[in-house]
Design a protein around this ligand. Sequence first.
Ligand code: ATP
Ligand code: MG
Length: 556
Amino acid sequence: MSEERSLNFIEEIIEEDIRSGKHGGRVHTRFPPEPNGYLHIGHAKSICLNFGLAKKYNGLTNLRFDDTNPEKEETEYVDSIKEDVRWLGFEWANELYASDYFEQLYEFALKLIKKGRAYVDDSTAEEIASQKGTPTEPGTPSPYRDRSVEENLRLFAEMREGKYTDGEKVLRARIDLASPNMHMRDPLMYRIRHAEHHRTGNTWCIYPMYDFAHGQSDSIERITHSVCTLEFIPHRALYDWFIEELEIFPSRQYEFARLNMTYTLMSKRRLLQLVNEGFVNGWDDPRMPTISALRRRGYTAASIRDFCERIGVAKRENVIDVSLLEFCVREDLNKTAWRRMAVLDPVKLVITNYPEGQHELLEGENNPEEEGGGGSRQIPFSKELWIERDDFMENPTKKYFRLGPGLMVRLKHAYIIKCEDFVKDESGNITEIRCTYVPESKSGSDTSGIHVKGTIHWVSVPHAAKAEVRLYDRLFLSEEPAAEGRDFREHINPESLQVLPDVYMEADLARAEQGRGYQFIRKGYFTLDKDSKPGALVFNRTVTLKDTWAKAAKKG
Ligand code: ATP
Ligand code: MG
């Protein structure tokens, strides 16, 4: 968006920091995904924010994989995340991995043990939970809380060496068991996991917890503004405590409201469930809210950036209507998509007075919204055409301005025709519509003097390319499928995918490229799907031309 907008609260903080000369006016952000799934539209918001801030203030952004959980992380996810960030239009200053800091983090832990600020606890997870207390009652100390520094150093080294089994011991920070902030009641720093890590293999069998990895990673990278979502507010005290106790670079954490959107889910864990349980065909199924799915469906990076800009950066949780995202892609595709004709539900039309065997090439602009029409293409016209079945009515109602016995319409980019007759099969289906055309009514040089109200699209039968077209609807019937107490699987829309096997379209679409948007006039925006092969074209509908859901909601 080009309009001026006021600063968001993080920009205000940054501008104040620049004014006061904090960190020498330097701005360094990071985007820290855990590589345990594909990025979704919520991550796009975080990406646009982090990279956008750095861009605006001449700073840098690191891409840091927060890979401290050995079991759930995979290289496939790392690759997809990089592809998605680049596709969104951003380039990172450094590609980094929290796992590269394991040795450094271990040293940090030793420092805290030596200061008497960390201890090895043999309690079970249940025992630790029961000692935690409640927000109004203080916790009780573990019997291992007062171990000597020497004993702690020995036990922690043994934990690293693999002497203990998973869960047998943990390393905890020694802070304050009476703190009103439960995260400060001796939080875990390390746990034992005998598991192979996607990068460090079997080098480690102890892994740092999020709270003992994230802030330190920020600090190691000298991140100035560490932006995360609101659920990390209670972690901030701990973030600051570790940095202070370790006397390392003072990165600061700032929290904004995560993106929630209607009719979809925004959690990798649940999206993985949709994939694993077969509700969708993979992470990039065009009904998914992942970046890769949106890209495959025909969303443009510009439209997603525009969406993120429009929703802004809030300090309070809210739910954004998915129709805003659809609005953004319509806006962008209207400016960039090439116009083409495609008949989704075809019925044959014959022009009885057009010479047999003749055909001509008509001219059509690629995009009337672009200067000079974005160039033009030639559209073959002939005696036999495909038109949409619902552009004909046997007994037209009064305000029906398309085809019916005796009615006239204009064929887009071509001639005015009049319906003379039609043919039905035994079961009553219309199989052919018979028309005459007015030769002087050709678009661009019309001297017929005839005015018609309706214009319909068409495709020449002998020239048409045939394709499968996939129409998508919302994956969920409920606005908030994952709201408290709900099993989102019970709210799946059974009609979220409709496949049209026999669509006829302008022949040059046989050479369509992935990543280009097309407007099938009167029908919506479409793009070539990755399943497409020469001779077996497949198109996805990105979005309808108008918001059909808003209309349905108004009707009730
Ligand atoms: P999920 O629950 O989907 O797995 P996550 O927060 O665990 O999300 P991470 O990979 O840890 O996923 O997130 C990387 C960054 O993206 C974090 O800084 C996180 O705050 C941010 N992020 C994740 N989801 C959203 C969202 N819905 N809106 C805005 N930012 C988000
Ligand atoms: Mg996470």
